[in-house]
Unconditional design. Structure first.
Length: 340
């Protein structure tokens, strides 16, 4: 009897296990998302952009009852900015946040928010980018076949650091050997101020500063901190000379596949995440500035008005007005005031 009972129990257990295994795929199929989309960016997983994106992805999944899944791929996991932009256009990636300065290779107007010494503070930035200027740039992006969320995310203001002297006014740029990215927008601005800009890859910037190939550089505070540039730079002048943001881009075909109710949910949560991320970046910058000061950097805040006037007299704004065209420049000046 014991043997028979044991066999019956084992048989029952086997049937039960088999039934569970058979049922599991069916349940998974029912619960599987209808839409699985990828979101790529070039920032570390711990950056506020990715923290807020993951929160948004979770909220979207819950509100759509699992119908929509957004997978976040930070740190250029899916390729370089150029590669990922190509994937976005072909549909290999559905969402991508990209700097307007880089997007300008496809959409020239996207870099106009980076024109030097035009935004004095974040209030001016958001008034323009959430207003007519942002709407105009979004139109230009859409004309290239992409879609874009309403709210641009923050890439921050750039500041000037030097080993020789603080930047208090336009005269302090005279003959300053400063490292800049490979971009005509940077090069022409610093040349107009009388500096000697040199294009150097970022991974070579620390050694170039250490060996005095250049005496200064410019970057957002977070990069100055993470790259340990405070070890080879003494002064940090809060010039706020250029601002840039991340446009939250979408593949048009992938977006149009989504039902209207899911589109509305995704749009709301992504735009809300962008607003929260903006506040996070301001908070992060404040903390980073305190840390950099503790690490020995000396901070000052120059008046931007004389520097902007020096750029105007040197013809910098006229040069870029011609490059962007009258229509784009006109919308820009409506937001930031007369420049040229």
């Amino acid at each position: 009897m014991d043997t028979t009972r044991r066999k019956l129990m084992l048989a029952a257990a086997g049937v039960g296990a088999g039934a569970m295994l058979a049922a599991t795929p069916a349940r998974r199929a029912i619960a599987a998302p209808e839409f699985r989309y990828k979101y790529a960016n070039n920032l570390p997983a711990t950056h506020p952009m990715n923290v807020r994106a993951r929160e948004a992805a979770e909220a979207i999944g819950k509100e759509t009852n699992g119908r929509f899944e957004l997978a976040v791929f930070p740190s250029s996991q899916l390729g370089s900015d150029t590669d990922t932009l190509s994937q976005l256009r072909s549909g290999g990636v559905e969402f991508f946040t990209l700097s307007g300065l880089i997007l300008s290779t496809l959409v020239p107007a996207a870099s106009i928010s980076g024109v030097g010494f035009t935004f004095p503070n974040y209030d001016a930035v958001w008034k323009a980018m959430d207003g007519e200027l942002g709407a105009y740039v979004r139109q230009q992006i859409q004309a290239k076949g992409l879609l874009v969320m309403d709210k641009i995310w923050d890439n921050g203001f750039r500041q000037v650091t030097t080993s020789t002297r603080p930047i208090n006014g336009p005269a302090d740029f005279k003959d300053l050997k400063i490292r800049v990215p490979v971009s005509p927008l940077w090069t022409s601005m610093f040349q107009a101020l009388g500096a000697a800009p040199t294009s150097i890859n970022f991974n070579e910037t620390y050694s170039a500063l250490q060996t005095r190939v250049v005496d200064g550089q410019e970057n957002p505070l977070a990069i100055i901190q993470t790259a340990k540039l405070y070890e080879v730079q003494k002064y940090c002048s809060m010039t706020n000379h250029m601002w840039d943001g991340f446009w939250f881009l979408m593949n048009r075909r992938a977006w149009e596949k989504l039902p209207a109710d899911i589109q509305a949910i995704v749009t709301r949560h992504i735009n809300e995440a962008g607003i929260k991320m903006r506040a996070d970046v301001v908070d992060l910058n404040g903390k980073v500035q305190t840390q950099l000061a503790q690490q020995g950097m000396v901070f000052n805040t120059p008046d931007p008005a004389p520097i902007r006037e020096a750029l105007r007299k040197a013809g910098f704004y006229k040069e870029w007005q011609a490059k962007y065209g009258e229509k784009t420049w006109g919308v820009f000046e409506q937001s930031v005031g007369k420049l040229s």
